[in-house]
Design a protein around this ligand. Structure first.
Ligand code: F6P
Length: 551
């Protein structure tokens, strides 16, 4: 099966037309387009599962959408999508299929790789995992001293951490009662803090690592192991540890009880893995019913992605808008702004999803991409962000498109406060688009009684250029199901962008070099003389570090 097209997007007719169209579109005011076209909001809104995606504030016209749709056709987006769902080895550099969609499949769905049906094995591991989760929640599975677990420490990093942090934070309002803590960074401080507050007899440690070799994870896991063994005895390790991994020999060496190992497969990429056994700590945190709802939400987005025609397909449309903004309107970064504090880690989650997937400079076949890829993703929960960096969004010299994520029902206790969040979110989206002209500012200042001279001078500082694009992704409530839909929406968006650029969105060779260098520098931290092959700066810094380490 053909998995990617060899044609450069920049050589396609649609790309050329979009370039010419962008020149004109840059000068067009979106607010004016709204005034001219009463159906604009309806025309540029989509429904995908329980999500409403309103992209009417993007700097587009029907012609833009028509050309973007042509670009999707000419870059064979549908063929690539179908190849992914069919289990083709679209991760070409690692020669792997990419089938995270199989992890959230329904009871009757079947996914195959080279003719082998992987779905029964997926269901078997999920049953094993959720039996374990239920056993912990019911108090049937306890610690070595027979005490029920109250706390879980998930030890993992990157894709074995970010989804867990994000989802357990987002779904705190449906938490099971077990507190989930996460430990990722190599410096060990997260674990040090937890070891002083948690009761080891009531703590379950989940080591989450596809490879079970990652430096950060293994050094933290070894520290946690020493803590449990010191506090409760070596034989307690088997009772207090569980693992999600594909590396059985390494789990043997660590002495993870075979009944507490939850496997997955090489066709599950790290940043696409929260739906697999990597989600064990999520399921422990929110319960198996909610975990299944999370999967069901993702599945509903998968079905939408697999079946909706291109202009009505939310992930494809969002990808096309991403390409439009970055490759044609010249934006280099994208803000993600959720208006529910529980989604505060969603931007960090998207950073890995998007930047590890799209930060590539060569195509599948190794040729240079010849177009900008990987947008910088960043963001923060809405209201906090307003009082931090929105100044730059409104008046900075660079245009930064924004995605607003807006749940309508409060996930806390007070709808009145969520109503304020709704008002703020929509007000910000409008302010970014409509702006505030010098004339409006001058008039308002004059009306407040300022002299003409002072009003004219001050008005310049109050101008908001406007025409800053945004999309509002709205949902009735933040639930396990809608969170699943939201995550899958972005997963597929990132994939489609990669298809258009012709890159492999599923490898991450760019993280290897730094890891290799760190390994070679490890001994030099103790003895800087061993850094003779490093540059002068590194050698000097290591010498200074040694002086400070020993004093
Ligand atoms: O940072 C690189 C990376 O390979 C990520 O893609 C992955 O999510 C993370 O490391 C963790 O890897 P593992 O699950 O094997 O410990």
């Amino acid at each position: 099966m053909k998995t990617y097209t060899s044609r450069y997007p920049i050589d396609l007719a649609a790309w050329g037309s979009l370039k010419a169209h962008a020149k004109q579109q840059r000068k067009t005011s979106t607010a004016t387009l709204f005034r001219r076209d009463k159906s604009r909001a309806e025309r540029f809104s989509l429904r995908a599962g329980e999500l409403v995606v309103d992209y009417s504030r993007q700097n587009i016209t029907p012609r833009t959408v028509q050309l973007l749709t042509q670009l999707a056709r000419q870059t064979d987006v549908v063929m690539a999508r179908d190849a992914m769902f069919a289990g083709a080895a679209i991760n070409t550099t690692e020669e792997r299929s990419v089938l995270h969609v199989a992890l959230r499949a329904g009871a009757r769905d079947t996914f195959s790789i080279n003719g082998e049906n992987v779905s029964p094995e997926v269901r078997r591991v999920r049953r094993q995992m959720l039996r374990f989760v239920d056993g912990v929640h019911k108090g049937e599975i306890t610690g070595a001293k027979g005490k029920t677990f109250t706390d879980v420490i998930n030890i993992g990093i990157g894709g074995s951490d970010l989804g867990i942090v994000m989802a357990t934070t987002a779904l705190r309002h449906v938490a099971s009662g077990l507190s989930v803590h996460t430990v990722s960074n190599v410096d060990g401080t997260q674990l040090a803090d937890l070891m002083t507050t948690l009761d080891p007899a009531r703590t379950l440690v989940v080591v989450c690592s596809k490879t079970f070799t990652t430096l950060e994870t293994m050094s933290n896991a070894n520290t946690a192991r020493a803590w449990i063994s010191r506090s409760l005895g070596e034989s307690a390790v088997r009772h207090h540890f569980a693992a999600a991994s594909t590396n059985h020999p390494a789990m043997d060496a660590f002495d993870i009880d075979p009944d507490r190992r939850f496997g997955f497969w090489d066709w599950v990429g790290g940043r696409y893995s929260l739906w697999s056994a990597v989600g064990l700590s999520i399921a422990l945190g929110i319960g198996s019913v909610n975990f299944k709802a999370l999967l069901a939400g993702a599945r509903s987005m998968d079905q939408h992605f697999a079946n909706a025609p291109v202009p009505d397909n939310a992930p494809i449309m969002m990808a096309l808008l991403g390409i439009w903004n970055s490759n044609f309107l010249g934006t280099a970064s994208q803000a993600v702004l959720p208006y529910d504090n529980r989604l505060e880690r969603f931007p960090a989650y998207l950073q890995q999803l998007q930047m590890e997937s799209s930060g590539k400079r060569v195509r599948h076949d190794g040729r240079d991409v010849r177009a900008d890829t990987g947008t910088v993703i960043w963001g923060e929960a809405g209201s906090n962000a307003q009082h931090s960096f929105y100044q730059l969004l409104h008046q900075g010299t660079r245009v930064i498109p924004a995605d607003f994520i807006l749940p309508i029902r409060s996930s806390g206790a007070t709808q009145a406060q969520q109503d304020l969040a709704i008002a703020n979110c929509l007000a910000q989206a409008d302010a970014l688009m409509c702006g505030y002209s010098e004339r409006e500012a001058t008039q308002e200042l004059r009306a407040k009684g300022l002299s003409s001279k002072r009003a004219t001078a001050l008005a310049k500082h109050k101008v908001h250029e406007g025409n800053r694009p945004s999309t509002v992704v709205m949902m009735k409530a933040l639930t396990a199901k809608t969170l699943g839909e939201l995550i899958a929406l972005y997963e597929h968006k990132v994939f489609v962008e990669g298809v258009i650029w012709g890159i492999n969105s599923f490898d991450q060779w760019g993280v290897e070099l730094g890891k290799k260098l760190a390994k070679s520098l490890e001994p030099a931290v103790q003895d800087p003389r061993l850094a003779q092959n490093s540059n002068d700066s590194t050698r000097r810094l290591l010498r200074q570090a040694k002086r400070w380490r020993s004093r």
